[in-house]
Design a protein around this ligand. Structure first.
Ligand code: 1HE
Length: 268
């Protein structure tokens, strides 16, 4: 078992390390529909801050029970009766966790079922790949609850579906699901069976890539997207300079040159 999955460190996450380096990370408060309280966010910060150095090769992020995540723990928030600066700091810890996910270099595949709402959608949107199934539905109920998004929906959800669709979701509570959700960009895959099984299949495939290549894909692309075109082109060349000359890539290039590597073919 890797350090990242040391059982005594986590109470709100259930973590299973598999032999190929894929880690299954499950939100573990199904009785509260995996609502994100302060303790869960801190565990996400810890896990994703150390995932790369702990040799985690890919993560399947899921929720226990019938719902991926019900968003902000509204009961905790209500009971704490937070001041503005206290809640600002709560949100900054969410950003810490979600930025570690998006920029941390470890591929994250979110296996989404049931409700993926409010902060649950913000969490899912920090993953690199989202897989849904027939049970999954997305919403931003903040408008109805008298609050606002604080975990990056204004950035990542509007990036996925466009600013005005995101505004509509939060203003009206509109729910998206099924193929429509995929077509809009809320997820890349719709599983015929369970989203979890499909996410594991994808993670196994991804974990077989070279780790430095995956690191660049799951870190550099997000950074490059924040830059001006000129700077991004320059930085991309620097990243490619490092990644495309890694010694481990030579074997794969040689296999291609020797015609033993698989060719790219259309889907049958
Ligand atoms: C919760 C939460 C929660 C459930 N915080 N405790 N998010 C929302 O507005 C979504 C609120 N939740 C729901 O709409 C529903 O709970 C679900 C659709 C997700 C699930 O429905 P259901 O019928 O299966 O469960 P339930 O009976 O509503 O809830 C079961 C328990 O989970 C119950 O606790 P119990 O102690 O009474 O058994 C609920 O209180 C608890 N629970 N959702 C706390 N969210 C950084 S800003 C981000 C802003 C947001 O995320 S806003 C979106 C908030």
């Amino acid at each position: 078992m890797s350090k990242a999955s040391s059982p005594q460190s986590y109470e709100n996450l259930d973590i299973e390390a598999r032999d190929n380096g894929v880690h299954i990370v499950k939100l573990d408060r199904p009785e509260k529909r995996n609502a994100l309280d302060v303790a869960t966010i801190e565990e996400l910060v810890t896990f994703f801050s150390t995932a790369h150095q702990n040799d985690v090769r890919a993560v399947v992020l899921a929720g226990k029970g019938d719902h991926f995540c019900a968003g902000l723990d509204l009961v905790e928030h209500w009971k704490e009766d937070r001041s503005p600066d206290e809640f600002m700091h709560v949100c900054l810890r969410w950003h810490e966790a979600f930025n570690k996910m998006e920029y941390g270099g470890v591929p994250i595949i979110a296996a989404l079922n049931g409700a993926v709402v409010g902060g649950g959608l913000e969490l899912a949107s920090a993953a690199h790949i989202r897989v849904i199934d027939q049970s999954t539905y997305f919403a931003l109920p903040e408008g109805q609850r008298g609050i606002f998004t604080g975990g990056g929906a204004t950035i990542r959800v509007s990036d996925m579906i466009g600013k005005y669709r995101m505004i509509d979701m939060i203003l009206t509570g509109r729910v998206y699901q099924g193929q429509e959700a995929v077509d809009l960009g809320l997820a890349q895959y719709m599983a015929e069976g369970s989203s979890f099984d499909m996410a594991v299949e994808l993670a196994d495939k991804i974990a077989a890539n070279l780790q430095l290549t995956n690191y660049a894909i799951c870190s550099a692309i997000s950074h490059l997207n924040n830059m001006s075109g000129m700077d991004a082109a320059y930085a991309e060349a620097v990243v490619a300079g490092v990644v495309n000359t890694q010694p481990a890539a030579r074997e794969r290039l040689e296999a291609f040159a020797n015609k033993t590597a698989a060719r790219v073919r259309p889907n049958s």
